[in-house]
Design a protein around this ligand. Structure first.
Ligand code: DGY
Length: 351
C-alpha cells in the first residue's frame, strides 16, 4: 500500500539488507534513514535518528525497543519491524499501550532452523567437535586415531538393532519443533514428548493429526521433569524471555540421561551455561549442540562451554541461508511499509 499524499514518512532501517533493499530504496513515499555500516547499529545513532520516524526496522542484536526509544522517536512512531521470529528485545506490552504495531518474521525461517537443529544433534552426538578439530590440527595420522572399534563413538540419532527406540523431546512445540520432528521420522523415531507453555491449552486434534501423519507410537505432552528424564535427544525450541529463563539449569540437567544430547537453537537465556558446562564435564549428559548462548556474541575461547570438547557451538546461524535471510529481510521490509501506511502487515504480532 501507499497512500502517498506528498508527505514522505520517515523510516529508520538499522542495517543494509542486501538484495532485499532495492525495492525499498526506490520508493518515493518514504524517507529512508539507513545505518551506513555493516555492523550493529549504535544506539546513540538510533536515538538521534529515530526522532519523528513513523517506522523502524531493527535486528536482534541491535537493542532493546523500550520506553527510551519511544521517547526519542516521539508520537509519529507507528510500527516496529524486527527481522527475526524472536521478539524478546521488544517491550511488546509497551508497544500495545502506545498503539505501535509490531512486525516479525515467523514461518520463513522455520525450515532453515529445523535443518540446523538436526545438524547440531548429529554433530554433538557424533563427537564432531573433537573429530573435526583433530583433523584440522593434522592429528589424524597420530597413533590411536586411525579406525578403531570404539574410538570417537557417540550415541546414534537414528534407531538401530541394539537401540530400536529413541525418544526425542522438545522444550516448546511450535512451528520449528514440528518441522524438526518431521525431519526425524526418517531416522526411525517413533516416540516424541514435549512441553509447552503452562498457559497454553493442549491441542489434541493437532497431536492426533501429527501422530497419524508420522506414524508415531507416542506423542505426549509431558511435564518438564519427564522431559528431562526421558529424552534421548532434547531440542530446546522455545521463545526466550522471562518465562523460559534458565529452564535448563543444574537440577534439570541432573535428571537427564547420561547418553543424552541437548540441542539449543532457540535462545541462549533458556540454558544456564555454567550448569551445562558442569553437566558436560561431569558427564551428566553426553553432548550439546548450541546455536545460541547466553551473553552472545561476547563469547571468547575461555568461555566454559567453548572449552568443553563435547560441546559443538556455532554463532547463531540457524536462519543463515541466502534464501531464508532474503525472505526474512523482505518480510521485515513489507511489515515496515505496510505498518507505516496502515495496511495489512504480512506478519503482525498479535498483542
Ligand atoms: C530469530 O529470527 O529470532 C532467529 O534467532 C534468527 O536466526
Amino acid at each position: 500500500v501507499s497512500h502517498f499524499s506528498g508527505v514522505r514518512l520517515k523510516v529508520v532501517v538499522c542495517r543494509h539488507l542486501g538484495p532485499a533493499m532495492p525495492p525499498l530504496l526506490e520508493r518515493k513515499d518514504v524517507d529512508i534513514v539507513l545505518w551506513p555500516e555493516d555492523r550493529s547499529c549504535e544506539r546513540a545513532w538510533l536515538l538521534e535518528n529515530i526522532k519523528g520516524a513513523a517506522g523502524v526496522l531493527v535486528l536482534i542484536p541491535d537493542f532493546e525497543v523500550n520506553q527510551e526509544l519511544l521517547d526519542a522517536a516521539g508520537p509519529n512512531l507507528r510500527v516496529v519491524s524486527t527481522m527475526s521470529v524472536g521478539y524478546e528485545h521488544i517491550d511488546v506490552p509497551l508497544m500495545a499501550q502506545n498503539g505501535i504495531r509490531v512486525g516479525y518474521t515467523p514461518d520463513v525461517l522455520t525450515e532453515a532452523v529445523a535443518d540446523i537443529t538436526i545438524m547440531l544433534a548429529l554433530m554433538a552426538g557424533r563427537n564432531d567437535g573433537v573429530a573435526y578439530t583433530l583433523v584440522k590440527n593434522g592429528e589424524w595420522c597420530k597413533p590411536n586415531f586411525g579406525w578403531s572399534p570404539f574410538t570417537f563413538c557417540g550415541p546414534q540419532l537414528s534407531t538401530s538393532l541394539s537401540s530400536p527406540t529413541r525418544t526425542v523431546g522438545f522444550l516448546g512445540f511450535g512451528r520449528i519443533a514440528q518441522a524438526t520432528l518431521s525431519r526425524l521420522i526418517p531416522f526411525g523415531i517413533t516416540h516424541c514428548i514435549y512441553t509447552a507453555s503452562p498457559t497454553s491449552q493442549p491441542d489434541t486434534a493437532r497431536d492426533d493429526a501429527l501422530k497419524a501423519k508420522h506414524n508415531l507410537k507416542g506423542l505426549d505432552r509431558v511435564d518438564i521433569d519427564r522431559l528431562a528424564r526421558e529424552s534421548d535427544v532434547l531440542f530446546l525450541l522455545t521463545p526466550g524471555g522471562k518465562e523460559t529463563y534458565h529452564l535448563v539449569d543444574a537440577a534439570f540437567l541432573r535428571k537427564m540421561k547420561p547418553m543424552s544430547v541437548l540441542v539449543n537453537t532457540s535462545r541462549g537465556s533458556v540454558v544456564d551455561s555454567d550448569a551445562l558446562a558442569t553437566a558436560l564435564r561431569e558427564k551428566w549428559i553426553w553432548g550439546a549442540g548450541l546455536d545460541v548462548v547466553e551473553g552472545e556474541p561476547a563469547i571468547t575461547s575461555d568461555h566454559p562451554l567453548v572449552k568443553e570438547s563435547r560441546c559443538v557451538m556455532v554463532p547463531h546461524i540457524g536462519s543463515a541461508t541466502f534464501q531464508t535471510r532474503l525472505d526474512m529481510a523482505t518480510c521485515a521490509i513489507d511489515n515496515l511499509i505496510q505498518g507505516v501506511f496502515g495496511g495489512e502487515m504480512p506478519a503482525e504480532l498479535k498483542q
